[in-house]
Ligand binder design. Structure first.
Ligand SMILES: NC(=O)c1ccc[n+]([C@@H]2O[C@H](COP(=O)([O-])OP(=O)(O)OC[C@H]3O[C@@H](n4cnc5c(N)ncnc54)[C@H](OP(=O)(O)O)[C@@H]3O)[C@@H](O)[C@H]2O)c1
Length: 324
């Protein structure tokens, strides 16, 4: 039996709204209405899909469409949901990663259903967003009566759907920011280090990209912890010591990140199984900038009494980083 697809409207015609409109339209959904803060953004979306009416107000979108995406910045979604009049059975959707459907609560009093369909993807421009959105993971949360409708939309875009509870959203989004946004920061940090020996940022990024892509391939094909390479995975203590000294001297601003990420990497190296607890403890002492004597004493005890004894000495900082 053919599924009934709602007509769709968009309030907010930025990168996400426009990319979703294009993709859903290409998959056979009817995009019937759009309104954005500026007419030019509404026109830009309407020009990419057929038979989409540019509305003079957000209320007109709500009046014309059966399912309404509020694809504005996160901070105004609640105000828009609150300010409009909704209909019984209508579906109100937002795409925020951090907010749950709680911010759409005002729509409930009209008998409308609410749903969040978050594309777990990074949209830097409309053209890139249209390409990237297909095949993304979509996180779905909201009223059970409309989850299938949200799922159908995601699956029409070749998406992989995960279901979340309202209380999961903040941690879910923190994970996405850690992975996607901070990867940009890591690339910039690496390029800054290259600039200290004379290679400009653009050239550095180009030269570093194959390494980044190789790492992503290894994560995909080999998995964690097997994909971890480098001095911590090998237990090259002196290399870590050299890195810390060089960063301290030439680029102290990057040292804290190097230390913290290195400490988090220890548990992956231990899980991979190529380093001993003793070596992990030596590296940890360097990264934590702990008193050398204390670290030396601990290592001496490990050597004298063996690993079983050593395990008892490991304080929470290694245990808490254990890979599950
Ligand atoms: N960008 C991403 O990578 C990404 C990924 C996943 C989810 N999301 C989510 O998608 C949603 C939209 O984000 P975005 O990155 O697409 O933002 P965006 O490109 O800045 O687009 C937001 C649009 O909302 C319009 N707008 C602002 N205030 C408005 C109002 N009061 N009434 C009507 N329209 C208004 C803006 O209008 P004008 O252009 O007309 O001025 C703009 O076009 C957010 O919930 C965000 O969390 C974003």
């Amino acid at each position: 039996m053919e599924k009934i697809r709602p007509t769709i409207g968009f309030i907010g015609a930025g990168v996400t709204g426009t990319a979703l409109a294009c993709q859903l339209w290409q998959q056979g959904y009817r995009i019937v209405a759009v309104n954005s803060r500026s007419l030019s953004s509404s026109d830009r979306l309407a020009a990419r899909v057929k038979h989409c009416h540019v509305c003079s107000s957000a209320q007109e979108v709500a009046d014309r469409a059966e399912a309404v995406f509020i694809t504005t910045p996160d901070d105004v979604i609640a105000d828009i949901a609150e300010s409009l009049t909704w209909r019984t059975g209508q579906i109100v959707i937002h795409c925020s990663g951090v907010h749950s459907t709680d911010i759409l609560e005002p729509a409930h009093k009209y008998g409308a259903y609410v749903c969040c369909l978050h594309p777990l993807q990074t949209f830097a421009s409309i053209e890139e967003a249209i390409k990237n959105i297909s095949g993304s993971t979509f996180a779905l949360e909201g009223d059970s009566a409309v989850l299938d409708t949200g799922r159908d939309m995601a699956e029409a875009m070749n998406g992989n759907v995960i279901s979340l509870k309202a209380g999961d959203k903040v941690l879910y989004h923190a994970a996405a920011v850690t992975l996607s946004n901070y990867l940009v920061t890591l690339m910039k940090t690496a390029a800054d280090l290259w600039q200290s020996f004379g290679i400009p940022q653009e050239e550095a990024v180009k030269a570093l990209l194959p390494l980044l892509k190789g790492t992503v391939n290894n994560i995909e094909r080999v998995g964690i912890p097997g994909c971890l390479t480098g001095p911590i995975a090998r237990g090259d203590v002196e290399t870590i010591r050299k890195h810390v000294a060089a960063l301290e001297n030439a680029h102290p601003a990057s040292l804290d990140a190097y230390r913290v990420l290195g400490l988090n990497t220890l548990s992956i190296a231990l899980a991979k199984g190529h380093i001993s607890l003793e070596t992990a403890e030596e590296i940890r002492a360097i990264l934590e900038k702990r008193d050398e004597t204390e670290a030396d004493q601990k290592v001496a005890l490990f050597k004298q009494f063996g690993m079983d004894f050593a395990t008892g000495f490991l304080d929470s900082s290694i245990n808490k980083y254990q890979v599950q």
